[in-house]
Design a protein around this ligand. Structure first.
Ligand code: SAM
Length: 290
């Protein structure tokens, strides 16, 4: 069948759900992954034809897209900060907002390629934050923790794929008494970062099926009556485990910026900054320890 005809079937079946542009984008991602075809190749050769056997994975992907399975799960990969990451049902798909958080961190470090920083990422998921940081801070020592052993397997694979060395540790941050993983008393962190679960159950109705049904609940949701549970615990740990002048960075729930400022102010962090993301909503915070 001509690939152009298959593309038309994709539009017929999916445009109502996703819109024409997104369907085009999915289609090109699939043909690039399955057949190594560049976008412009299809425009240059509209008669390009594939065999029955080659059609099979494309039509399988079409069925999965109809059920709103995320394209990243269909392809098994996602892009973040110009790097490729494996993702699966145990890891959150890295988001563009989180790329902005990483850029903000790098912007805050002087002479960043030279720095010998010690950095901790809490709730690392696919490992996107520490891996993107390490690519840009080759001298940094980076530790990343997650409660999920399955997520850590993916993160470790991603570190190997991207040729960086990160120490991954399985730990439940809500039950940690210290961040002193190496049992060396003097080893404090220069930077602690976290994009913890922050979506309240009451916000579920605003979310699409592709997130609700395919991404891990444990990566996303917190109880409505205690939505800042992770931030409260991490801020307490950061007070005791950051260097003087060290920095704490968070990705946050867009509706809880004010509550986050109150929490960090009460814990006597300094230079508290709230920053909007490209979508214009409060999305990240930075503060310092005296
Ligand atoms: C919002 S996801 C962030 C993943 C990744 N850092 C990113 O930005 O794409 C939150 C992560 O926190 C982890 N997590 C949830 N509860 C945790 C806990 N009690 N201790 C440590 N990690 C936890 C989840 O497994 C998930 O990987």
């Amino acid at each position: 069948m001509r690939i152009k005809d298959i593309q038309n079937i994709f539009h017929h079946e999916l445009d109502e759900l996703y819109g024409k542009e997104e369907v085009n984008s999915f289609f090109f991602m699939l043909t690039e992954t399955f057949f190594g075809l560049e976008r412009f190749a299809l425009a240059l050769d509209p008669e390009y034809t594939i065999s029955k056997e080659q059609e099979t994975p494309l039509f399988a992907a079409l069925s999965e897209l109809k059920f709103e399975k995320p394209i990243q799960h269909i392809l098994g990969k996602a892009h973040f900060f110009g790097l490729e990451f494996c993702v699966n049902e145990h890891t959150l798909i890295p988001r563009p907002e989180t790329e902005e958080l990483v850029q903000w961190m790098l912007d805050g470090i002087d002479n960043f390629k030279l720095e010998k920083l010690r950095i901790l990422d809490i709730g690392t998921g696919s490992g996107c934050i520490p891996i993107a940081l390490k690519k840009n801070l080759p001298n940094a020592e980076i530790i990343a923790i997650d409660i999920s052993a399955e997520a850590l397997k993916v993160a470790q694979k991603n570190a190997e794929m991207n040729e960086v060395d990160i120490q991954f540790i399985q730990a439940d941050v809500l039950h940690l008494e210290s961040l002193n993983f190496n049992r060396e008393n003097s080893k404090l962190f220069d930077i602690i970062v976290s994009n913890p679960p922050y979506v309240r159950n009451l916000e579920k109705e605003l979310m699409r099926k592709n997130v609700l049904e395919f991404e891990p609940d444990s990566a996303l949701f917190v109880e409505d009556n205690n939505p800042l549970i992770f931030y409260d615990k991490i801020a307490n740990l950061a007070k005791a485990n950051l260097q003087p002048n060290g920095s704490l960075y968070f990705e946050i729930n867009q509706y809880l910026g004010k509550e986050m400022i109150d929490l960090l102010t009460e814990k006597q962090f300094q230079n508290i900054e709230l920053k909007k993301d490209i979508f214009g909503v409060d999305r990240m915070m930075k503060c310092g320890k005296l």
